[in-house]
Design a protein around this ligand. Sequence first.
Ligand SMILES: Nc1ncnc2c1ncn2[C@@H]1O[C@H](COP(=O)(O)OP(=O)(O)OP(=O)(O)O)[C@@H](O)[C@H]1O
Ligand SMILES: [Mg+2]
Length: 404
Amino acid sequence: MNKPAVVVDDVSKMFRIYHERNQSLKAALMRGRRAKYDEFWALKDVSLEIASGQTYGLVGHNGSGKSTLLKTMAKILRPDSGAVETNGKVSALLELGAGFHPELSGRDNVYLNGSILGLSKREIDAKFDDIVGFAGLEDFVDQPVKNYSSGMYVRLGFSIAINVDPEILMVDEILAVGDEEFQRRCMEKFKDFKDDGKTIIVVSHALGTVRTMCDEVAWLDHGRLVETGDPNTIIDKYTDVQVEKVAEAHQHDDDSADRQRTPGLLTLDGVELIGPDGEPTTTVRTGDEVRIRFDFEAKEDIRDDVVVAMWIHGSADGSNLTGPNTDDGGLPLRVSKGRGQVELTVPHLMLLPGVYEAGAAMTDPSRANHYDHKPGILRFTVQSGTPTERYGYFSLGGTWARTI
Ligand SMILES: Nc1ncnc2c1ncn2[C@@H]1O[C@H](COP(=O)(O)OP(=O)(O)OP(=O)(O)O)[C@@H](O)[C@H]1O
Ligand SMILES: [Mg+2]
């Protein structure tokens, strides 16, 4: 039996949050030890085990403690209580630019980081071209890294991290940065790693990616471990909670005690993206006319009007981009027993190239009664089309003109 790659045993991590930030240095020194602070527990009693060879995901809301947990696993932070054991050589790609010296060139930083990660000069010499090549930074390697874009930082950091040949690779949110091409190459590298039996630990808001690449997922909430388990199960539960939070934020008047689910009465059976040729697809282009088709079935006539709602997020960082629904869209919906279908027609899809994930729900107009909701039911890719913009998630559809 192999030893587990990582054992996190009842780990807690506290940060001190100091107040009186604007005091002078002298005042701070005079006050000496009596500085006032609050204790903030970024991790509380977290225990988990990552088997050797597993690809393991950490998910949770912003500030839930994912990066802190990863840093304790990488031994960059020391827990206040509990212990972390790792078996195998660790290479970690943490926050953007961590470990880089801004004034040094890319080349010098490769040597600096390589030696920190335990490589000799000769070993780095041998890997140098691979590192720079994978990062695609051949033309920039002699410039100081302070001139690099955030994408360039991440590419170089990732490239070093994978080329030092670790047994355990830890990466924090690299998929949020970098273009589609780089993300694709990272995924290929992850796959090679996995095939070689190495352990990968990823922190990511890209839930679709976590679902497909991870063998197991841990869900953190306010520094506590909620649950670990199969990626689909955990991510469904996690997104359910997110959806409930959004629904609650929308629901001012309704007493939450009235809120009940009616399982099985009305089910959303499928959500499909229909391309310009009228066929279901998962790949479209910016500017395409597309339709999103929702199929549902009611066990009996539904008394209230029904609202079909969807939300789309960028799979790179999980940010919520838009949430069209039949209510805002002015389509009153009476549902009687049997099957039904609605479509949302989008004359010009303004999403820019990237991978997107959509969830959908059927509720009553007050949003108090969720008949069914399906987070992550649709995942699709948008390829370059018209307009040909590259940055961000969507185009404003504007036109440029010189006016002076
Ligand atoms: N050095 C620090 N000093 C004080 N508080 C910190 C420090 N590092 C993290 N925190 C706090 O600990 C909590 C957990 O932070 P952490 O960065 O681990 O969250 P996260 O899950 O990675 O969030 P995100 O999804 O936004 O990256 C946050 O409230 C954060 O503000
Ligand atoms: Mg983080």
